[in-house]
Design a protein around this ligand. Structure first.
Ligand SMILES: [Zn+2]
Ligand SMILES: [Zn+2]
Length: 126
């Protein structure tokens, strides 16, 4: 029997093409008989074959709009980046608070300024 997709010759009784895996036969869901892929109804019990299976089980990608999927991915990445930055700032702040204990205000101010410059963020502590 000939493959309907690539025209390769396959031994009779095969269900799929040995060259391109295209279905060579339809298996009836009602009686289990194998039918040629072009059959619309089962040759044994007349059950209609309907549409190919792959159109019935569409993947989620095909019905999620592309722009929406991209937006979800982008906002997720932004959220993670923000969270990282916040925890870094918190660690900096905690460190300088410990340094400030038992120091006079003038020196404390100098340390805070140094810490601010070290953290690379000019808006912290000012
Ligand atoms: Zn084929
Ligand atoms: Zn049948």
């Amino acid at each position: 029997m000939k493959c309907p997709r690539c025209q390769a010759e396959n031994p009779a009784g095969m269900k799929f093409c040995g060259q391109c895996a295209a279905p060579l036969a339809l298996v009836c869901s009602s009686c289990g008989a194998t039918n040629p892929p072009e059959n619309k109804f089962c040759g044994q019990c007349a059950t209609p074959f309907g549409k190919p299976a792959e159109t019935r089980f569409a993947s989620p990608d095909s019905y999620t709009p592309k722009h929406l999927a991209e937006k979800i991915l982008t906002s997720k990445a932004a959220l993670e980046a923000e969270r990282k930055q916040v925890s870094v700032l918190f660690a900096d702040l905690k460190g300088s608070m410990e340094l400030l204990v038992d120091r006079d205000p003038e020196e404390a101010d100098r340390i805070t300024a140094t810490a601010t410059v070290a953290s690379g963020c000019p808006n912290v502590g000012r």
